[in-house]
Design a protein around this ligand. Structure first.
Ligand code: ZN
Length: 59
């Protein structure tokens, strides 16, 4: 699976804010995603990103 900036990701587990929808804001050596509800950022590796992704909507 490929992730690009602007893609929307739905995670298996909900964020503490109650939503599970995230936007990819940085792709490369590390990935940075932003929670669409509370706007918090999380940095993670590609492997970790794959593990938590339930569904991806390509930009
Ligand atoms: Zn959140």
């Amino acid at each position: 699976m490929q992730y690009n900036v602007g893609d929307i990701i739905y995670t298996k587990k909900k964020h503490p804010c109650g939503d599970n929808k995230w936007e990819v804001v940085r792709a490369g050596a590390d990935y940075k995603i932003k929670c669409c509800k509370c706007s918090r950022f999380v940095m993670l590796t590609l492997d970790d990103l794959k593990k938590i992704t339930k569904k991806i909507e390509k930009a």
